[in-house]
Structure formats: structure tokens, C-alpha cells
Design a protein around this ligand. Structure first.
Ligand SMILES: NC(=O)c1ccc[n+]([C@@H]2O[C@H](COP(=O)([O-])OP(=O)(O)OC[C@H]3O[C@@H](n4cnc5c(N)ncnc54)[C@H](OP(=O)(O)O)[C@@H]3O)[C@@H](O)[C@H]2O)c1
Length: 293
């Protein structure tokens, strides 16, 4: 019987929680182990195990594909979260649900506070908001928003840019969307601290690394830590032709959350350095160029 259950444990945040090792008595469930759309399986699991916490890292995160896979995006990010919230209430389990800076429309240039008005655009953002509303209305737990999440695991901006840099490939990167990259290792540590404190919080909280930048700045800093010199060309959003809309300015103001929950944070630049160094370490000091050939 685990005290803590983590769903979506094979995603980049789930895997970052696993290496964090700060939490005891945790059962990590991948998509294969538990489909969060399977309400019967969720109810059975929670009724049997009655864990204190459920950390939901499962999500449909393909922002552009969500525009066409609408049904699936709403099922995973919206309706399944409602079921998780209802089941958590039944088993007296506290839910920590992860959400996104994309619930903001991106207007203005002031960081968004936890109680700022949301205006999601695009299917991914709207489906994530549906999940937030489910948790907030049920009061089954808290919503923790984060932004521009990356890690040394596959399929994220950091890995894509690093791969291109190591290949020496020229890159075109959007320079007019502003946000805060957040290393999943730092978010995982913050989550561990919240769960360890074991306060039964409800409502919305923000956690991201500190500072602001564009995707272009982010790519240039990855190039810097990787020590390569490939060309990176700044482009406008209109030149990228993504399927889904993205907020122009989605910086989260996390000062209130950090003060209230005594969470440490570091600058996004340090986060990139830590992520890169962890990747190098993971490869046991070997240069990891090989895997990109
Ligand atoms: N990535 C970002 O830039 C970003 C930014 C802000 C907030 N967030 C939020 O942060 C959280 C974690 O994101 P992440 O980047 O770690 O995502 P991720 O790497 O895409 O991981 C999501 C995980 O959820 C699993 N999953 C998908 N459908 C599922 C289902 N029906 N049942 C159980 N598991 C399922 C996936 O498994 P399969 O791959 O096998 O389907 C995957 O392992 C999400 O809530 C996301 O919305 C992400």
C-alpha cells in the first residue's frame, strides 16, 4: 500500500520525480500501468490503496496535435481529471494536479499571478483549463501551474535544440514569445517539498524557474552550455506556422506560492546548466555526441 501514487510516471516530470528520491513509499504508475481515462481502474486503485496523495503527471501534451485530436485531449486533460478528483475525494486522497502557463491568453507584459484571469486559446490550453476547473470545483486538492517544462529526457525543446547544436545544424527559433523555461528537476523538487509538508492545500499555485526569456534566448543559452557555434536565427511567431496558438507572454508570477510554501527556486539559466550537467553525468562522463548520429 503506497502512501503516494504518481500517474503518468514515464513522462518527463514523472521520471524527474523518480530520480528525486525525496519521497518515501511511492508507487509510480506509467500510462501502461494505469490509464487515467479508465475510471473503474482509478476508483478500484484508490479504494484499495487509500493513498494520502495522488500526483497527476499524466497529460495529453502534444499542443499542436491536440487541435485535431480534440476528443482525446479533452478526455485526458479534462474528463479524466474530473474522475481523478471525484475518486480522490471518495478515498480521502489529496490530489496534486499539474497545469500550464498556456491557460493565459498571453496579452500584456506583466507576470501572471495565481488569481489572474485565464483565457485559454487552443484545444490543449482549453482542455488543461477544464482539468483545473475540475480540481478547483471539487476541492480535491491543488493545481500547480508551471511553464516551458524541459528535461534531459526525450521529446522536449531542450533535447531538440541540444541535438541540433551538437549536429552543428542552423536553427530558426521564435523570438517573440516570452516565458520562463523550467527544468523538470526543479519542479520535481518543489513537488516533493509540497507533498512532504503534507498540508491539504486547495486552489491554484505557480512554480517555475526564475527570470524571463524568449524561445530564441533559451536556444542560444543551450548552445552556450553545449559549447557549440551553430547559427541560430530569430524568427517571428507568424513565420513558424504552428497549428495551435501560443501565448505571446506567459510568464508566471510565482512569488506568492514560493513564499507561502517555502519553495526554493533558481534562475532559468542555472536550470539549463543543471539539466545539461545532469545529462552529461547520466552518460557517466562520456561525451554523448554518439547517440545523435
Ligand atoms: N511540457 C511542457 O512544456 C509543459 C509546460 C507546462 C505544463 N506542463 C504540464 O506538466 C505536466 C507534465 O508534463 P510533461 O512534460 O512531463 O508531459 P509528458 O512528458 O508528455 O508526459 C505525460 C505522460 O502522461 C502519460 N499519459 C498520457 N495519456 C495518459 C493516460 N490516459 N493515462 C495515463 N498516462 C497518460 C504519457 O504516456 P504516453 O507517452 O505513453 O502516452 C506520458 O508519460 C502536464 O500536466 C503538462 O500539461 C507541461
Amino acid at each position: 500500500m503506497a502512501q503516494i501514487i504518481v500517474t503518468g510516471a514515464n513522462g518527463q516530470l514523472g521520471r524527474s520525480l523518480q530520480v528525486c528520491k525525496q519521497l518515501q513509499d511511492v508507487r509510480y504508475l506509467s500510462h501502461n500501468d494505469l490509464d487515467i481515462c479508465d475510471g473503474t481502474a482509478i476508483r478500484q486503485l484508490l479504494n484499495e490503496e487509500k493513498p494520502s496523495w495522488l500526483i497527476n503527471c499524466a497529460a495529453y501534451t502534444a499542443v499542436d496535435a491536440a487541435e485535431t485530436n480534440t476528443t482525446l485531449a479533452y478526455a485526458i486533460n479534462g474528463r479524466a481529471v474530473q474522475t481523478l478528483a471525484d475518486s480522490c475525494l471518495e478515498s480521502d486522497t489529496h490530489l496534486l494536479h499539474i497545469s500550464t502557463d498556456y491557460v493565459f491568453s498571453g496579452e500584456g507584459n506583466r507576470p501572471h499571478t495565481e488569481n489572474a484571469v485565464v483565457h485559454p486559446e487552443g484545444v490543449y490550453a482549453k482542455s488543461k483549463r477544464m482539468g483545473e476547473v475540475a480540481v478547483l470545483n471539487s476541492a480535491a486538492g491543488l493545481v500547480l501551474r508551471t511553464s516551458w517544462l524541459y528535461s534531459y529526457y526525450e521529446r522536449n525543446f531542450f533535447r531538440t535544440i541540444l541535438k541540433k547544436c551538437l549536429e552543428g545544424a542552423p536553427l530558426r527559433v521564435v523570438s517573440d514569445q516570452i516565458g520562463t523555461p523550467t527544468w523538470a528537476g526543479n519542479l520535481a523538487r518543489a513537488i516533493c517539498q509540497i507533498v512532504s509538508n503534507n498540508q491539504r492545500l486547495t486552489g491554484v499555485y505557480h512554480f517555475s524557474d526564475l527570470g524571463t526569456c524568449s524561445w530564441f534566448d533559451f536556444a542560444c543559452y543551450i548552445r552556450k552550455v553545449a559549447g557549440t557555434s551553430n547559427e541560430i536565427i530569430p524568427i517571428h511567431t507568424s513565420e513558424w506556422q504552428a497549428t495551435a496558438p501560443r501565448p505571446q507572454f506567459s510568464v508566471l508570477d510565482s512569488a506568492w506560492t514560493r513564499a507561502l510554501l517555502h519553495l526554493d527556486a533558481e534562475s532559468w539559466l542555472t536550470g539549463v546548466e543543471h539539466c545539461y550537467n545532469s545529462l552529461v553525468q547520466l552518460k557517466e562522463g562520456r561525451y554523448f555526441h554518439e547517440e545523435y548520429k
